[in-house]
Design a binder for this molecule. Structure first.
Ligand code: UT7
Length: 331
């Protein structure tokens, strides 16, 4: 079976660290609530650096660790929900920063499932395009840009960061992917973009939409609904990608889930009858960084030796869209 090999991984997080006690100074919250309800202790927050900068720094680290020459990268996929520009794409800017010329550059917006989608897209390109040697997948997020720091129910959750991997095709390996979305859940987790406007008419066309009305561009979440979705989806996505390989979740050496909430991961572990130790967690350090959370955890799992070459690894994402996805590959 054709799989994919991670040749190098890299990450970058900004210097500012906001602790739970820092949040207690700006909203009505406390370390005890945040720790017991989420497991989060800190998040890194950008201080003026654009999202592309975080992504480019992570990408440079991944390329350096891979030993691959930048000019041999034929595909750059960048996942984000916090792009600095509507256009150009962040993938073009990161391509510029790496000094890569002529590669494909694609942006992916799948929220917290972004890295899993991007990883699978890269694998499919590598598998079907014989001229493509290496692909770079980067996830870069600055959720601080779209966080309402007066809303205690969301602001304590999110952080900024980026991580990246360089991939090549790998013959005689294992690989499966289970990806999907449920757009009927779009209204449960969102951040509003631009309104339509024209100088040529005063009559606004009204279109019925069941999205919650928002007067800012900050993240809105119906936490309880998304929590239910997450606790159901995480184990399901893991089981489905196992089924495709004829294995069970117990055969996976390490599950690297989206780092939204420790309780979600504990519930998933219970539902899969797996010990929590089988899951890699670093949300205590970074909070929820949307699409950057899975690759940040993947990087830390590699750096700490939590995953070793030959291990079966399952990445699982879930989030706005609602989107979800899991991939299993051999590290
Ligand atoms: O990344 C994309 C996917 N996102 C997720 O997976 C997130 C899923 N949702 C969650 O993780 C949880 O729902 C949250 C962590 C967001 C919230 O935890 P919860 O246990 O579901 O709390 P809740 O929303 O039910 O709120 C419980 C109470 C409320 O007070 P009342 O109404 O019971 O008096 C909230 O007002 O906790 C209150 N509360 C807080 N209290 C102190 C909400 N936020 C805070 C806070 N500090 N920061």
């Amino acid at each position: 079976m054709v799989g994919v090999k991670i040749l190098g991984a890299g990450k970058f997080v900004p210097d500012i660290i906001a602790t739970n006690d820092d949040f207690a100074k700006i909203v009505d919250t406390n370390d005890e609530w945040i720790t017991t309800r989420t497991g989060i202790k800190k998040r890194h927050i950008a201080n003026g650096e654009p999202t592309w900068y975080l992504g480019a720094m992570a990408a440079k680290a991944a390329v350096k660790n891979s030993g691959v020459e930048p000019e041999d990268i034929g595909l750059i996929i960048v996942t984000t929900i916090t792009n600095d520009y509507s256009t150009p794409s962040i993938s073009c800017i990161i391509q510029r920063e790496l000094g890569v010329k002529g590669s494909m550059a694609i942006d992916v917006n799948c929220a917290c499932s972004g890295f899993v989608y991007g990883f699978d897209m890269a694998k499919r390109y590598l598998q079907t395009d014989d001229n493509l040697k290496y692909a770079l997948v980067v996830s870069a997020e600055e959720l601080s840009k779209i966080t309402d720091y007066t809303d205690r129910s969301t602001c304590v959750l999110f952080g900024d960061g980026a991580a990246a991997v360089v991939l090549e095709k790998c013959e005689n390996s294992i690989y499966s992917a289970y990806l999907g979305a449920d757009g009927t859940g779009a209204k449960f987790l969102l951040a509003k973009s631009y309104d339509s406007h024209t100088p040529f008419s005063n009559d606004e066309v009204k279109v019925e939409d069941d999205m919650p009305k928002r007067d800012n561009n900050c993240l809105y979440q119906d936490g309880r609904v998304v929590y239910k979705f997450a606790t159901k989806t995480l184990p399901l996505a893991c089981e489905k990608s196992c089924e495709m390989l004829g294995i069970t979740p117990n055969d996976i050496d390490c599950i690297i889930p989206h780092q939204a909430n420790k309780r979600i991961i504990e519930t998933a572990a219970k539902n899969l009858s797996l010990p929590l130790e089988r899951f890699f967690l670093n949300l205590e350090e970074y909070g929820n960084t949307s699409s950057a959370s899975v690759p940040l955890a993947l990087c830390d799992a590699i750096d700490t030796g939590a995953i070793k070459r030959g291990d079966k690894v399952c990445l699982v994402g879930f989030g706005a869209g609602l989107t979800y996805g899991s991939v299993i590959f051999e590290y």
